[in-house]
Design a protein around this ligand. Structure first.
Ligand SMILES: C[S@@+](CC[C@H](N)C(=O)[O-])C[C@H]1O[C@@H](n2cnc3c(N)ncnc32)[C@H](O)[C@@H]1O
Length: 193
C-alpha cells in the first residue's frame, strides 16, 4: 500500500524508519561510511546543487508551481535540506539508515526506502531530484520507472560520470524520460520538465 503525501507531510520529521527495504551491498557500504560522509562530500554536493539551481532559473522552470519535492537517494539530506531551506516541502528516501541518521537539521523528512520501491502514490511530487545516486541502484530500470511513477512531470537526475555503467545509465534514462537538457561535468545532470 502506498503512502499519501499530504497525510505524510503532517507527520513529525523524525519519523523515517517505518518502511522496510531489502538490505543490499550498497547500503551496507554507505552505512559504514556514514559518519564521515558530510565531511568528505557535502561541499562538493552543494556546488552541484548551486549549479542545478541556477540552471533551473535559466531554463525558466516555474518554481511557483513546485511545492512538493522527493529526493531519491538523499543520503544525509544535503539536497533535501537545500530545497527545504528554500521553502519547499521535501521528503528524502534512502536505503542507508546510518546516512539518514547523520542529518542533524531535522527540517526535511527522510525515510528509509529504496528507489526500486518508492512508498508513495502515483504522481505525488511536483519535482523529483536524485543527486549522484542512480549509479548505485540495484535495479536501474525499476528505480527509474518508480521515479517516473511518483513524479508529475519535473525531474532532475544526476549520476557520477565515468563509472563503468555510464553508457547504460545514459541510455536507460533517455529511454524512460524525455530529457530536455543535459550537462556533463563530474556528474551527468539531466533536466526533464
Ligand atoms: C554518493 S551518495 C549521494 C547522497 C546524496 N544524494 C548527496 O548528494 O549527498 C549515493 C547515495 O545513493 C544511495 N543509494 C544506494 N542505493 C540506492 C537505491 N537502490 N535507491 C536509492 N538510493 C540508493 C546511497 O545510500 C547513498 O546515499
Amino acid at each position: 500500500m502506498y503512502l499519501n503525501i499530504s497525510n505524510y507531510l503532517k507527520i513529525d520529521a523524525k519519523i523515517y524508519n517505518q518502511v522496510q527495504i531489502t538490505k543490499n551491498m550498497t547500503s551496507t557500504y554507505y552505512n559504514s561510511i556514514a559518519k564521515g560522509y558530510n565531511d568528505l562530500y557535502k561541499k562538493e554536493q552543494l556546488k552541484k546543487l548551486d549549479l542545478i539551481y541556477s540552471e533551473i532559473k535559466n531554463l525558466n522552470i516555474n518554481l511557483d508551481k513546485i511545492k512538493t519535492i522527493l529526493d531519491v537517494g538523499c543520503g544525509t539530506g544535503v539536497s533535501s535540506d537545500f530545497f527545504s531551506e528554500k521553502g519547499f516541502e521535501v521528503i528524502g528516501i534512502d536505503p542507508s539508515e546510518n546516512l539518514i541518521k547523520e542529518n542533524k537539521k531535522g527540517i526535511s523528512k527522510l525515510i528509509k526506502a529504496s528507489a526500486e520501491e518508492i512508498p508513495f502514490e502515483d504522481k505525488s511530487f511536483d519535482l523529483i531530484i536524485s543527486l549522484t545516486a542512480i549509479q548505485n541502484f540495484s535495479d536501474l530500470e525499476k528505480g527509474l520507472k518508480e521515479i517516473k511513477r511518483v513524479g508529475k512531470n519535473k525531474f532532475i537526475l544526476t549520476f557520477l560520470n565515468n563509472v563503468k555503467q555510464t553508457d547504460l545509465i545514459n541510455k536507460t534514462i533517455k529511454e524512460i524520460f524525455d530529457v530536455k537538457k543535459e550537462i556533463i561535468s563530474k556528474d551527468r545532470i539531466y533536466f526533464i520538465y
